[in-house]
Write a protein that binds this ligand. Sequence first.
Ligand code: PLP
Length: 437
Amino acid sequence: TPAVSMPEFVLPLSHEAFLRANRVIPGGVNSPARAFGAVGGEPPFITKAEGPYLYDLDGHQYLDYIGSWGPMILGHGRPEVKRALAEAVETGTSYGAPTLREVEIAELVAQVVPSIEKVRFVSSGTEAAMSAARLARGATGRPKLIKMIGCYHGHVDALLVQAGSAATTLGTPNSPGVTQGAVADTILCPFNSIEAVREIFAAYPGEIAALLMEPIAGNMGLVPPRPGYLEALREITEREGTLLMFDEVMTGFRVALGGAQELYGVTPDLTALGKIIGGGLPAAAYGARAEIMDHVSPVGPVYQAGTLAGNPLATAAGLTTLRLLRDENPYPKLEALSARLEEGLHRAASDAKVPHVVQRVGSMLTLFFHDGPVYDYDDAKRSDLKLFARFFWEMMARGVYLPCSQFEAMFVSAAHTEADIDFTIRAAEEAFKAIRG
Ligand code: PLP
C-alpha cells in the first residue's frame, strides 16, 4: 500500500471519533473511500459545509474539491435548496404514493437530457445502473453486458469486476461474495479501444444486450473519450442491436446540463443518472426512449421498485438544483475556473519537475502523477501513488480537501471563486516544494 501519512497533521477529536466509529461501523465509515485507505492516516470528521468549504470537528476549514463525490455542483447550502427542503419537511417526508414534484422533475430531466423521454427515479447510482442493466437485458432478450475496465457503476454484482474507484484503491476489483455466476455474462473491455469492442462483438454475435460505460471515465481518475470513440461505439451498437448505456451518474448535469451526451452530441439508448439529480439527497434515475422504458413495470414485465423512490425531500432538493442549473447556467464559469485550476496545477508541478499530467473535462479533473496521457485503466495504474499520497496530505495541511485517491476526479463547484482557485494553486506550489524537499 502507498500509505504515507503526514504525522504533523493531527486531528485529535476526529481521531477519537474514528476510534469510536471503528467499534460499530466496519472501518469506521459507511463508504470505503472515506476511510483514507489509499493515502494512509485517518479522515477528518465533518461537522458543517457551507459554500465551497467543509469544516471538521477539530476546527479546520477546508476548500472542498469533492463536493460529496459529485452532487454539490452549486456548492454547499444554497439558500434556495435549503428553503425548498424546509418547505418539503413541513408537508411530510415520505408517502409511498405519487406526487406532483416527481412529475415536474421527470419533465425537466426529459427536457434537458437528449436520450430521455421517460425516466424512473431510484435512490442511488448503484440502483440506477443495476436497473438499467436489467432493463437492457429484459428489453433485448439478450444475456450479455460489455463493461469497460476501470469504469464504476456502483456495487452492482454483475458490474463489480475491474471496477475502478475505491475498488481499485483497495486492490479488490473482484469482491468476495460476487459469484462466478453473477459475472459470467459480463464481458470486460479496455476503455478507449474501438478495436477491442469490435473483437467482442465478433465473438458474441446477437448475445450482447448492452454496452455500459461512463462516457467520460471519472472512476479511474478523469479519462476523457478519445475523439471519435463515442461516435464509433454508437454506430457499432446500433448495427448490432445492442443498447448503448451511458452511466452519467457523475457526468450528468456536470459537464453540461444535458451531460456528456449533450457535450459530445452522441445520444445513447439508456442513461443512468445520480449525484446532482438529488441535490445532495439520496436520489438517482434511469431513463430512455418511451419504447424502451415501457418495458419497466407496471407497464411492462421488467420488475423494479423502491420504497423511498421519488422521495419528497430528495425531489425538492433535486428539482431546485436542476432548475438553478438551467436558469443560472454556471457552466461557462465552471469551465473558466477549472481551466485556471488545470493550468495552475500543471505549472506548479512542472516548476517542481514532478512527472504529471492534468486531465480535465469541464469541472471534473485529475492530476495524475505520471507523464501521461492516460487513455485507460492500465495507464492510470502507472501513476506514482506514493507521490499522490504525499501531495494529498500536504494539501490537507494547507486547507485543501482533495479526493483521497489517485483514481477519483476533483470537482469544482459554482461556489468556488477565482480567489479560491488561486489559493489552491499557491497551496500546490508549496506542497510540491515540500515534497521535493
Ligand atoms: N456510477 C458512477 C459513474 C459513479 O461514479 C457512481 C458513484 O460514484 C455510481 C454509479 C454509484 O452511485 P451510488 O454511490 O449513488 O450508488
